[in-house]
Every structure is written in C-alpha cells, then in structure tokens.
Design a protein around this ligand. Structure first.
Ligand SMILES: Cc1cc2nc3c(=O)[nH]c(=O)nc-3n(C[C@H](O)[C@H](O)[C@H](O)COP(=O)(O)OP(=O)(O)OC[C@H]3O[C@@H](n4cnc5c(N)ncnc54)[C@H](O)[C@@H]3O)c2cc1C
Length: 386
C-alpha cells in the first residue's frame, strides 16, 4: 500500500503550527535545533530521512526499502519549511549525514547507526566542503593516511551543518593523489567523540547550526570506511543526487509562506484610503508569485518522481534546484517589499524567510553549478545527435 503523503503532510502541518513559537522562544540556536529534532523524533518523522530497511519510515510504493523516498522527503520539507526552517533542517540533515552509510557502510555499521539516526538518538552531519574545496570537490585535501587497522585523518572541513550538535559525521577525505585529482578520495564515518576531532562554530545570516570540523590525526578503524578508496567522489555525489531535489522542495515551502504573508498584509494594510490589495500593481505581483511557485512545485514533483523511480534524473533535479531556489529568493524579496518597513524589521516572518531562503541557492550545488550541469547535458546530447 502506498503511503498517503497528503494526509501525512496535513498531520505534520497541524502539529508544526504550534511548534513555531515553542522552538523559537528565547533559546540558543543549539537548543532550538535539538528541540526541532526532538519534535520530529517523538512523532517518528525523522524516519523519512532513512531507508525503511534500517529503521526508517515505511515508504512502500514510493521507493525500494533500502532507499530514502525523495517524494516523501520533498513533501515533508515543503510542509516544514513553510512553518519553521529549523524543523526542515533537522529532518534533512539526518538523511544527508547518514545516507553514505546506507549506501556503502558494512551491514554491522548500518545496523548500529541508521536506526539510531532514524529515531533521533544520534544526530548526523555530512562533511565535504573545505576552504579550498567548495564547488570543486576534487580540491579536497583532508588527508587519510593508512595506519594498521584503519586510517589517520588530518585536515579541516568548513560550513558543516550540525557541527557541534552532530554525533556522527560522514566525511570525504583524500587517501591517494593530490588536491585536484578526482580519484583517490574515500568516505569515512567519524563519530563526534573521536579523539582529535574539534569543532569551531561560526554564524551565518539565518538560524543554522554550522561550523568548522578540524581533524587532528583522528583514527578511523577500517569498519568505518564507506566504500573503496577511489569511490569517495561518486559516493558523495550520489548523496547529493538523492537529496538535492529536497532543497528545492524546502524553497517552495518558504516561498508559499512568503506569499501567504503578502496576501494577508496587503489585505490588512490601508494606504491612500484603501487596502493595498486593491492596487493593481501589487495584485499583479501576487499572481506572478503564485504562478512561479506553482511552476517550481511542478519541477520538484517531476524530479522527485524520477529519482524515486530510478530514472536518469540529473537534468530534472538541476532544473528543480535552480528554479525553485531562485524563485523562492525572488518571492521572499517581493514579500519583504509588500511589508514596507515592517518587512526588514527583526522578528517579522518575511524578514526571517528572506534570510533563511538565501543559502539554498548556495549549498548542495550553487545555482551556477546547476546551470553547468544543465548546459553540459544539452551540449552532450546535441553532439550525440549530430
Ligand atoms: C548555510 C550553509 C550550509 C552548508 N552546509 C554544508 C554541509 O553540511 N556540508 C558541506 O560539506 N558543505 C556545506 N555547505 C557548503 C556549500 O556546499 C558550499 O558553500 C558550496 O558548495 C559552494 O562552495 P563555496 O562556498 O566554496 O563557493 P565557491 O565554490 O568558491 O563559489 C563561489 C561562486 O563562484 C561560482 N562558481 C564556482 N565555480 C564556478 C564555475 N565553474 N562556473 C561559474 N560559476 C562558478 C559559485 O556558483 C559561487 O557563486 C554549506 C553552505 C552554507 C552556506
């Protein structure tokens, strides 16, 4: 039996309505992130970020039992992002940070870690980026040196979501070759308690637990190696391929909320003796926002279905990520404008959305990287045809 995603999202939405204030109220970012995790864990919803086979939610009818359903993840992220960004983040990071284990870990490692992540008892993080390795991951320089029974890892990762609150890192390191070589990379699972692992936090413009993860000769046993040496890049990219569409879905959720805020404000606010909603220019804006959001949503649905069904989704995913995140930024900007001064005042919903949505055009492949992917496919196909 296929799960009824609409019914699930409606349940999630009703519950998330009340949590908005509770998570946000006067706590530190880490406390708020933990509350968001606990909220999802209590209701079993973190399970949607982990395959059913290893303790995840029952996604029968949507994808194979050893996969994460992108359709389900997208539906949930859209719903959660509409209410509270930290809820959305808490859900997806459990998947991003653990999916490499589901794909390439030993059975023992999968059984030990994945059910814990699905239940929210262990928090996951995904560590690829370095100072010199951003869009170009072949520049990864964090070094994994062979030791008896495992690896010694030295280097530093940056912009790592959940750094400091994570219990588990899946991390890309270089076992062979030099920065710039695509080969020679390996993925490793590293628990946060590993000796020599240090976290240095920093802040970004919106609520987001993030920081640098420094590895001072951290010992990683062979049991925690994910896949073979040389497979690291492909494994890391396969994680992104699975989860990238859901960034687009979150963008749609943020944009939907911004549009709702605009509709409400324009109806309430009177200037020049009548509600702003009677001004034709602003009405055109609402129509444009609505249409672009719907177009983004359709691209997300198309991409998510293709990924779940195992088709070649590269272009569909790139289109969805590019269009939805750029659209959401534009929509949130319009919503700020509709609110006038109130739009930039700390504490208003649209002010928060404007900040929250910005990073989505950068992480998991920037908009420019999505354009490169799309253009490459177009040019390759044209060459094959001629
Ligand atoms: C909030 C947030 C959370 C993040 N979380 C994580 C995480 O959990 N784990 C993790 O590993 N990383 C994470 N990242 C890092 C993120 O994936 C990188 O920031 C992203 O890949 C871009 O890399 P960069 O910042 O080094 O930018 P750069 O690669 O230096 O790019 C700078 C600019 O140049 C453009 N550019 C680069 N190459 C080209 C090209 N060939 N053609 C045209 N334009 C190009 C880019 O699109 C961008 O606009 C996060 C980032 C943010 C902001």
């Amino acid at each position: 039996m296929t799960i009824d995603l609409e019914a699930l999202c409606s349940e999630v939405d009703s519950a998330a309505r009340g949590v908005e204030a509770a998570i946000g109220a006067g706590a530190t970012e880490d406390e708020r992130s933990r509350r968001a995790l606990a909220f999802l864990a209590e209701r079993g919803w973190l399970g949607w970020a982990v395959p059913e086979r290893w303790g995840g939610a029952a996604a029968a009818g949507l994808c194979a039992p050893d996969e994460v359903s992108v359709r389900a993840l997208c539906a949930l992220r859209r719903t959660l992002a509409r209410r509270e960004g930290l809820l959305d983040l808490a859900l997806v990071e459990q998947g991003l940070g653990s999916y490499a284990i589901a794909r390439a870990g030993s059975d023992a490692l999968k059984e030990a870690v994945l059910p814990e992540v699905a239940a929210g008892r262990r928090v996951a993080a995904f560590a690829l980026t370095e100072d010199e390795a951003g869009s170009d991951l072949s520049r990864v320089a964090t070094r994994a040196t062979r030791r008896e029974g495992g690896w010694s890892v030295a280097g530093a990762k940056t912009y790592i979501t959940n750094a400091g609150i994570a219990d588990e890192y899946t991390l890309l390191a270089r076992a062979e070759g030099e920065p710039g070589d695509r080969d020679g990379l390996v993925m490793l699972r590293i628990p946060a308690t590993a000796l020599g692992l240090e976290v240095r936090r920093f802040e970004v413009m919106a609520p987001h637990p993030i920081g640098e993860v420094v590895l001072n000769d951290v010992l990683v046993p062979d049991e925690d190696q994910l896949g073979e040496v040389g497979e690291g890049m492909d494994l890391a990219l396969s994680v992104l391929a699975r989860f990238r569409t859901s960034v687009a879905a979150a963008a749609v959720g943020f944009a939907q909320r911004a549009l709702e805020e605009s509709v409400s404000r324009l109806q309430k606010r009177e200037q020049f003796g009548r509600p702003l909603s009677t001004q034709q220019g602003l009405r055109f804006d609402l129509a444009e926002m609505d249409t672009r959001i719907r177009a983004a949503e359709l691209l997300v649905d198309l991409a998510a279905e293709l990924v779940d069904e195992g088709g070649d989704a590269t272009q569909a995913v790139a289109r969805a990520k590019l269009f939805a995140t750029e659209t959401a930024s534009w929509v949130c900007d319009r919503a700020v404008q509709h609110h006038g001064g109130l739009g930039v005042r700390r504490g208003t919903v649209v002010e928060r959305l404007f900040r929250e949505v910005r990073a989505l055009r950068i992480y998991e492949g920037t908009s420019e990287v999505q354009k490169l992917i799309l253009a490459k496919e177009l040019l390759d196909r044209s060459r094959e045809d001629s």
